[in-house]
Design a protein around this ligand. Sequence first.
Ligand SMILES: [Zn+2]
Length: 559
Amino acid sequence: MKKIFKAILIFNCSLLIINSVNAQFTHQDTLRGSNGPGRDWWDVITYKIDVKPDFNTKSIIGSNEITFKVTKQPKNGLLQIDLQQPLSIDKIFLDDKKISKVKREGNVYWIDLKKKKFSISGTGGMEQVYKLMIFYSGNPVVAKRPPWDGGWIFTKDAKGRPWMSVACQGLGASVWYPCKDYQGDEPDKGAAIIMKVPDSLTAIANGMTLSKPAHKGKYETVYSWYVKNPINNYNIIPYIGKYVNWKETYEGEKGKLDCSYWVLDYNLEKAKEQFKQVPMMLKAFEHWFGPYPFYEDGYKLIEAPHLGMEHQSAVAYGNGFKNGYRGRDLSGSAAGWGLKWDFIIVHESGHEWFANNITTIDIADMWVHEGFTNYSETLFTEYYYGKEAGSDYCIGTRKLIVNDKPIIGPYGVNKEGSSDMYYKGGNMLHTIRQVVNDDEKFRAILRSLNSKFYHSVVTTQQIENYMSEQSGKDLSKIFDQYLRTTMIPALQYKFTGDNMYYRWSNCVKGFDMPVKLDSAKDDWLKATTEWKTVAVTTDILKDGLKIDRNFYITVKRID
Ligand SMILES: [Zn+2]
């Protein structure tokens, strides 16, 4: 069965995958992962989340004020709000009028607005803004293994004091606040996060402080933060604990960037040393990707009770103030390139460009976040240690590729593809860079991706097409091969007399990637799936065919 499956996969991979996996998904998955009739007619403008966690009972009480505009007439008059059990909505108001007709279906609330007359924005000049006020409470899902699973984290720091945060990528922000939990709709004008916490703790969130902490009632302080730019729901995160702070200003491509660092009080000295890598990271990434995408919101690195996450303008850090990935070099390179820098500072900050600036509409296309960000590690290494070091790092991570299933997952059901989106995604981009064969052009493409899709949500097709356009090369077969199948292209070759024959196998129909020989000269084979021949005149072919190691392929002699 598996073999047949693989054979068909070559010709019609994506369709087959979608058909075979849909059976595993539920109606709830579709409601969560698609732009359904309760979502497609309204567009979120802002979120204003107000939350009060209770450490002792592991509960929260809060509200979310959602402003939105209406982009088309609702099909059935129902508005979908997501909030995951066991949390529940207590009250809903639309423009200060209480809504009584609300039905719960699992993690979805259907708000019946059939009687409401909405004016469609963009018609008649005026843009009508509506305000949905939702009050909710309960015990949110508690994360068991953050950041890999999701939920609230109610833990204690090393001194036994409360430490709270959230990790919810994949699972979704609706695990802790009511929202339109759909990656294709970010609040266009940002989000406010207001946290009410005990006097002894400090609360931090994305963006900048809106006002000074306000003491409210007995033993309670209110912290208000505001992120001005569009933001992914899963990136909106509270951090509550015994934090201390220091700041610096980074002189970047767009001017002065406020950098602010928050760590637990007893880690201050270690952190001050380790976080010196932040300006280094900004310098390398602005070079490769263009200006940091959120100058207005500043850059923050915040100690978190888990390994790390790309929370926009409030990056979560939990790598123990050590270099590498928890002290390990993921590439296993002889020179230990992955130990020269802090994996979490580099990787999670790399996401500010790919994930936070450019966000995929569907997490099936999450390689756009993880593939490019994985490659940012190679580019960081290259920036400080040279091109060969970067290549060593990138190639070293190939042993982590599993080729279990395609990188692109099934659409519309909030499901990621293979974890190969990281290392194989990075190696695919490295291979594409070889095909482009012009490093300045390749860098210009990375930078223009970030300006073309600035603060946007995208599909993989948009990214693929844009890269083909900008490089002047049709990269479509390369994307199909690496993103939509598990096959590693094999370059077959044989010698007959004075000729060498070569072709691609184990590949998608029409695969036509040129490959560069491992030689001092710029020698290329324009391989396709048909046998081609070349005269064996050069010395380099005499001992067999050697291909530039930067291509993620296999090479097989078959005579
Ligand atoms: Zn990542």
